[in-house]
Design a protein. Structure first.
Lengths: 136, 136
DNA sequence: ATAAAGCATGGAGTATACTCCAGGGTCAAG
DNA sequence: CTTGACCCTGGAGTATACTCCATGCTTTAT
């Protein structure tokens, strides 16, 4: 069995791309659990923390607030939370995300159309991105 | 031909769901063009403005900053901008969005799996959302 | 014609998510 | 055993995106 050497906050910061202060901020906010400490009080992280941090970064880019990300992260077994409840939340979040995916797909489609038009016409007509919205 | 009655900011706010102050803020930021004014100085909007506003709201929910949204909105022919340039920007934005879609799809998949597990197991194992990230 | 509702401007205040000290221990290298 | 790099806490400061006045003109309803 492999006992990994302690990963201090600086290393976690480098491997995750998240600033040290931000990591500590996430800890305060409860997004990452308080890590173990070395004898002298240094934070000591493991692989799980790295994964969690990466997830947070991704979710943030996708437009979730830290609040929402916290909810996603605690979806698993919060002891007092019934299974049916977890299921409902998970499904409703999934539906929400499906909606976002659709919207992104529409915007992307429009951008590609625009790019194509640029290949031949002069693209001087009213913004195609908006045109696609007016119909809704 | 139909000359639509002037839509003042209050009405635009109601139909778009965007607060009056926020609309004015977007105008300051250059996200929506300064509208025509009535004789007495009231802002007078048209259908285009409504579409634009809706687009901004959606894009914001999808995690774009106002800065980025501004770029998307001005993608069309900014006279001094060459067609090839517009095309490149549009394509790179489209690729960016495709990446987001993939990430959202992964998260959604995980949530659905989680919901399913909840149907039968006790969901007391480490957060599946994270498990799916550790492998990357 | 007067009150209530709506709009205008400029500027101050707020929430979220960081970001940056100050002051002070810890640790590896020379 | 000191110098430089790293870490600690607590708290102040910043950027983005609103949100809320104060003051004053316009429009609508009674």
């Amino acid at each position: 069995m492999l006992y990994p050497s302690p990963m201090k906050i600086g290393e976690l910061s480098k491997t995750s791309g998240v600033a040290i202060d931000t990591i500590r901020y996430y800890e305060k906010r409860g997004l990452i659990p308080p890590p173990a400490r070395t004898v002298t009080g240094y934070r000591d992280y493991g692989r799980r923390d790295l994964a969690r941090l990466k997830f947070i970064v991704q979710a943030k880019n996708l437009g979730f607030t830290l609040e929402e990300i916290g909810q996603l992260l605690t979806l698993r077994s919060t002891h007092e939370r019934s299974c049916a409840e977890v299921r409902m939340v998970a499904e409703s979040k999934a539906a929400e995300i499906a909606e976002r995916i659709e919207q992104l797909t529409r915007i992307r489609r429009t951008l590609l159309d625009l790019a194509e038009q640029c290949g031949q016409s002069s693209a001087d007509d009213p913004c195609p991105i908006l045109k696609s919205m007016e119909e809704k």
